[in-house]
Design a binder for this molecule. Sequence first.
Ligand SMILES: Cc1cc2nc3c(=O)[nH]c(=O)nc-3n(C[C@H](O)[C@H](O)[C@H](O)COP(=O)(O)OP(=O)(O)OC[C@H]3O[C@@H](n4cnc5c(N)ncnc54)[C@H](O)[C@@H]3O)c2cc1C
Ligand SMILES: NC(=O)c1ccc[n+]([C@@H]2O[C@H](COP(=O)([O-])OP(=O)(O)OC[C@H]3O[C@@H](n4cnc5c(N)ncnc54)[C@H](O)[C@@H]3O)[C@@H](O)[C@H]2O)c1
Length: 474
Amino acid sequence: MDTTTYDVIVIGAGPVGENAADRIVQGGLSVAIVERELVGGECSYWACMPTKALLRSGAALRAARQVPGAREAVTGDLDAASVLRRRDSFASNWQDDGQVAWLNEVGVPLYRGHGRISGARAVEVTGADGTTTTLTARHAVVVATGSGALVPDIEGLRAAAPWTSRDAVAASEVPGRLAIIGGGVVASEMATAFAELGSSVTMLARDGVLHLAEPFVGERVAESLRDKGVTVRVGAEAAAVKRDGGGTVTITLTSGEQVEADDLLVAIGRTPNTQDIGLDTVGLTPGAWLTVDDTMRVEGIGDGWLYAAGDVNRRVLLTHQGKYQARAVGDVIVARAKGGAVDDGRWGRHAATADERAVPQVVFTDPEIASVGLTAAAAENAGLRVRVVDYDLAATAGSALHAEGYQGHARMVVDEDRKVIVGFTLVGPDVAEMLHAATIAVVGEVPLDRLWHAVPAFPTVSEVWLRLLEAYGR
Ligand SMILES: Cc1cc2nc3c(=O)[nH]c(=O)nc-3n(C[C@H](O)[C@H](O)[C@H](O)COP(=O)(O)OP(=O)(O)OC[C@H]3O[C@@H](n4cnc5c(N)ncnc54)[C@H](O)[C@@H]3O)c2cc1C
Ligand SMILES: NC(=O)c1ccc[n+]([C@@H]2O[C@H](COP(=O)([O-])OP(=O)(O)OC[C@H]3O[C@@H](n4cnc5c(N)ncnc54)[C@H](O)[C@@H]3O)[C@@H](O)[C@H]2O)c1
């Protein structure tokens, strides 16, 4: 058995592990990274990038069809084979050479294999050929092992070989009939993509469509899915699943009704990849999410050598937010190792403060949903004195130019005591790129009377900022 020592060991080379390692090297420490599958993680091969590639062609086609002049030039339907090929290229054909080359470039040695903590500051790596290498860390171990799809205990479900998000994202064919259990982000995006690619989709949205967002979000996405021919069944819950010899899947609902499909996607959330990473060797529970403080240090570990960033700590299951945590964790490990000052107060360099109240997210459905911070309901639940201002995005000059029949909506949630925006939601075509202005307003806690002087250019959809402030009373 080979034993090698580094300042820091990172387990998991997804976007978060890669970024943490990079930051640690930039800080002047040595670091090794352990990866059991593909360097780049879920996001690169089975999540963010390939899903957005699956959705982009449909969005481009819709956009062209909404503008006279361009509309006449578009004569056919989506070419599914071509969409899938483009998806393949955005998943780098499930090869990680490019990302491995990047690790080499930044000076991070890669250990391929399954990583397990084997005691304080020790990680055992088991390679595909069964050989083991023990890595020891002088300062810290960072767990960035991410999450996997959660499959519920529904009678017959596992035996029916359902799709998880990985299967949907990497599908080589478009199923004739696709049923989806779930009404969240994966379910909504995949229902959009497969409906546009030609599947007949049934969505079993037990708790509603995107039900944690502002209420108008789910309403608009559900309406648009129905317009695409998707059967959206809010409140429907699967009780049993069976796949027959011919391959047809039958889902029996708790109401007794049955839904038939060729494939069934389960998209009801995630489970942490912590079942087999040696948590028991340091007194933690295998299979549990890792609870961390604002510097991503795992709670309950002796002298604090263990950190967890990204999906695995459950703070926010988004790539950009995980990478933000990775920057904080990389920098704080370096600071602590070198005896430097630790800036872990609110909005400090070593704290992922934005995770609490300023998380931006774009859901690439039709219409797109772009949101940051708290919904009105969440702000009220947090005890804030809230004022909600709504505006019809279609009433801006920019939106009329952008597309014929543009439909959209904006909501600004104001903390009345501080006169700052704490939440912002946009629904409409191409609103994704408008989100960052709202993120800056929320994170910067920009007072509304100063925001008045941030004048949106004419004629853009961003003029909604002016209209919202006028509606507020400026
Ligand atoms: C379908 C889908 C679409 C998504 N779309 C978006 C989006 O558009 N935008 C967005 O921001 N987020 C999106 N997400 C969420 C995003 O994918 C995750 O938040 C992100 O991948 C988390 O990064 P991570 O590095 O924490 O984990 P992961 O990306 O899961 O990477 C963890 C890595 O650790 C490795 N690993 C695990 N255990 C071990 C072990 N014991 N030893 C060695 N290696 C190990 C894994 O192989 C993996 O490579 C999407 C998620 C899904 C499922
Ligand atoms: N564009 C993006 O940012 C993007 C895209 C896809 C995924 N993601 C991330 O990936 C994560 C996983 O997405 P997801 O859609 O799997 O989870 P989710 O948490 O977004 O949605 C899960 C849905 O399943 C429902 N549900 C839970 N248990 C159920 C059950 N037993 N039966 C039926 N329905 C049930 C919930 O009510 C919810 O609507 C999300 O946290 C999200 O942040 C992000």
